[in-house]
Design a protein around this ligand. Structure first.
Ligand SMILES: NC(=O)c1ccc[n+]([C@@H]2O[C@H](COP(=O)([O-])OP(=O)(O)OC[C@H]3O[C@@H](n4cnc5c(N)ncnc54)[C@H](OP(=O)(O)O)[C@@H]3O)[C@@H](O)[C@H]2O)c1
Length: 332
């Protein structure tokens, strides 16, 4: 991956919505370490999280902007002079979204529309939005809002004038150890001697925060507008994870929770006809764009190949798996 002077993140002004979150913090560390951005702006609501982040990360070009993605005027103000937006702000807790659906819709769906409008109005060049495997064939409200968000960003390219912003999506699976994820939960329960397992057959896609941040870093440079980028990442069995976190604990089967799936899907078979495979990732191309010419299919000189008609990328049919030892290494 190019981190040299030619990378789009160099000499750009970059705003990260949800910059104080797990992803945002990891991404900003990378930005500061690997690039010379003109300006980095953290955009989020809670002043305490921003204060705590500012105590830990100081950089002369780093700014903190209080704002809510539900507030389009505030976004328009914040995006003034910004070249690149990484949209990571979201409400993402499945049970909270089931209980408070309209709040999740306002942040994840209306927020996405506000980003698109404000980016077009202020002359932003690129927007990349983070998505999740839960957006595919969604079973819960959180996933459904992220599917709407993905659709809005892909279609945002239709609203953009010539020379206006391009919009793409990065979709990936569970992030090891992110806020509210299963690892901190298992660690907390370790002292009770029992770990609750919803279903022993359950599998998930799994990547580290650093891997997620590196993939976004790569896609923001590669994007042409309209793609859903999906990294090739391993799967893990939830029972292997529980054994890796607390081998001494009994695994107590408590039954699948509302809105939960046994396995997650990153690319559904119905999208196979729009999907190309590259060495390290897949791209779902927008069905309504003219993407047939070879230049558009090429990333870093790699042309990629169309996937088989019946292809699906799901956490249970993955060719790559985390072993118990590898899981141990990433959770410590
Ligand atoms: N973690 C995962 O396993 C995972 C997997 C796949 C995809 N993703 C996606 O990756 C993105 C980042 O996830 P994350 O794990 O970094 O989440 P996170 O740690 O919960 O961070 C969320 C961030 O969004 C901000 N935020 C929430 N509501 C906001 C609003 N209305 N306006 C502005 N900022 C708002 C939060 O700050 P304030 O509360 O201060 O506003 C926080 O900075 C999300 O889009 C998520 O859907 C995550």
């Amino acid at each position: 991956m190019s981190t040299g002077q030619t990378h789009i993140l160099n000499n750009s002004s970059i705003l990260i919505t949800g910059g104080t979150g797990s992803f945002g913090t990891a991404f900003i560390h990378k930005l500061i370490k690997n690039y010379s951005p003109k300006r980095i702006v953290v955009f989020s609501r809670d002043e305490l999280k921003q204060y705590e982040m500012a105590e830990k990360i100081s950089h002369p070009n780093l700014r903190y902007f209080i704002g809510d993605v539900r507030d389009e005027d505030r976004l328009r103000r914040a995006l003034n002079g910004i070249d690149i937006v990484i949209h990571a702000a979201a409400l993402k807790q499945v049970p909270a979204a089931e209980y408070n659906p309209i709040e999740c819709i306002k942040t994840n769906v209306i927020g996405a529309e506000n980003i698109i409008n404000a980016a077009i109005d202020t002359g932003v060049k690129r927007v990349i939005a983070l998505s999740t495997d839960k957006a595919v064939n969604p079973m819960n409200l959180y996933g459904a809002t992220k599917l709407c968000s993905d659709k809005l960003f892909v279609a945002g390219n239709n609203l953009s004038p010539i020379g206006g912003p391009i919009f793409s999506v990065v979709r990936y699976g569970n992030v090891v150890g992110s806020r509210g994820s299963v690892i901190p939960f298992f660690k907390e329960r370790r002292s009770t001697g029992k770990l609750p397992i919803t279903d022993p057959r359950m599998t998930r896609f799994w990547l580290t925060l650093a891997e997620g941040a590196a993939f976004v870093e790569k896609c923001v440079d590669l994007m042409r507008g309209g793609e859903v980028f999906i990294p090739k990442i391993p799967s893990m069995k939830i029972t292997d994870l529980a054994s890796a976190v607390a081998p001494e604990c009994e695994q107590e089967i408590i039954g699948i929770r509302p809105g939960e799936k046994l396995h997650e899907i990153m690319i559904p078979s119905d999208e196979a006809r729009n999907t190309r495979e590259y060495k390290d990732f897949y791209v779902i191309q927008p069905a309504h764009h003219n993407w047939v010419d070879q230049v558009a299919n090429k990333y870093e000189n790699e042309l990629g190949v169309p996937v088989a008609e019946d292809f699906a990328y799901s956490s249970d049919n993955n060719g790559e798996w985390y072993s118990a030892e590898q899981l141990k290494a990433v959770i410590d």
